[in-house]
Design a protein around this ligand. Structure first.
Ligand SMILES: *[C@@H]1O[C@H](CO)[C@@H](O)[C@H](O)[C@H]1NC(C)=O
Ligand SMILES: *[C@@H]1O[C@H](CO)[C@@H](O)[C@H](O)[C@H]1NC(C)=O
Ligand SMILES: *[C@@H]1O[C@H](CO)[C@@H](O)[C@H](O)[C@H]1NC(C)=O
Length: 317
């Protein structure tokens, strides 16, 4: 017979284990990488253990007859084939459970989709060059991205067609995740039609560079109202699909939105975590995170603790 103490210790251990496993999936940090050559490498990014998804930023020139161009700032030169060595780094991330998405768009607005046909062509290009297809160019080599991120900040037409065309390429054996990074004023003119298709797995709302919905003057009202409107208006393909997108340092953005980590933890997260759609925090960007350690400071606070009734297998103890 096992003693009462041993049994209690064993129960405590199982509860702790289940608790940590359950919490791990209930609040993640995702981060943009690629727009600053002084940021650490992708292996360093997964080694921190802070991130679930890394978005490569940006494929910022494409469609309307243009040969698409990936831009990774000074990290490497994609057009000359100089970024193919990233493939091994991306595969290392993936082997450690960190997903890697290719992000389309960004603030340099050299992109648009001009027709349904253009959307289909772009989807084929993405498939051949970054996903499961084949092409001679493959700017970042053989690595297969886990998803495509729509960080679209220009034009309004046909992003829904691109989302549909991407979804059509996703299969049960190899899912292509779709994420979007709308600006916080609802509805975002560029992405609203695409988001209304319900095909997106994740939505990271950019709570920066947009005055009407930022945390400001110790007041989270506008941010929380915007969060609530987004999370109750947009259908998504996953349950915990909405992320609060924030700059990781004051200088990461030009027009407001930085929230000190302690303020995020005490004033903002308690108001958005109760939402059943809450997925965690998106940060712009890896470089800025290294200047502040933002992700390390907040990581224990982004988790929503499940209630004990959600812990499934106590009966087997
Ligand atoms: C697209 O970008 C151009 C150049 O920055 C800008 O003038 C235009 O207003 C943008 N259009 C939309 C719909 O965002
Ligand atoms: C916070 O902001 C909202 C919206 O602007 C405003 O109605 C409210 O009075 C503000 N609260 C405080 C305490 O200033
Ligand atoms: C961030 O954390 C690292 C490792 O703990 C430390 O060396 C560095 O000084 C920290 N930077 C800041 C800005 O706090």
């Amino acid at each position: 017979m096992e003693s009462r103490q041993t049994r209690e210790a064993r129960i405590a251990m199982v509860v702790a284990l289940l608790w940590s496993r359950a919490s791990a999936s209930m609040g993640n940090i995702n981060i943009y990488w690629g727009q600053n050559s002084n940021e650490a490498s992708l292996p360093n990014t997964y080694a921190s253990g802070n991130f679930e998804i890394v978005m490569l930023a940006f494929l910022n020139k494409f469609a309307d007859g243009q040969t698409p161009v990936l831009n990774l700032a000074g990290h490497c030169d994609p057009p000359s084939g100089g970024c193919k060595s990233l493939s091994a780094d991306i595969q290392s991330c993936q082997s450690r459970g960190v997903k890697v998405f290719m992000s389309l768009g960004g603030a340099v607005r050299n992109y648009k989709i001009t027709s349904v046909e253009d959307a289909k062509n772009m989807a084929s290009y993405l498939w051949d060059n970054f996903l499961g297809g084949q092409s001679d160019s493959r700017p970042i080599g053989d690595a297969v991205q886990d998803g495509i991120d729509f960080n679209i900040q220009n034009t309004t037409a046909h992003w829904d067609d691109l989302a549909s065309a991407m979804s059509a390429l996703s299969t049960p054996s190899k899912k292509i995740y779709l994420s979007a990074a709308p600006q916080c004023p609802y509805p975002d003119a560029h992405l609203i039609t695409a988001l209304q298709t319900g095909r997106f797995d994740y939505v990271w709302i950019q709570f920066y560079n947009n005055t009407p919905c930022l945390y400001a003057n110790d007041n989270a009202t506008n941010l929380v109202n915007s969060w609530t409107l987004w999370t109750t208006s947009i259908p998504t393909a996953q349950t915990r699909s909405f992320y609060i997108g924030l700059p990781a340092a004051p200088d990461a953005i030009n027009n407001g939105g930085y929230v000190e980590p302690d303020v995020l933890i005490s004033q903002v997260l308690p108001k958005i975590k109760p939402s059943s759609k809450y997925g965690g925090v998106m940060l712009w960007s890896k470089y800025w995170d290294e200047q502040t350690n933002y992700s390390s400071i907040i990581k224990d606070s982004i988790i929503t603790k499940p209630s004990l009734v959600e812990v499934p297998s106590l009966a087997y103890v």
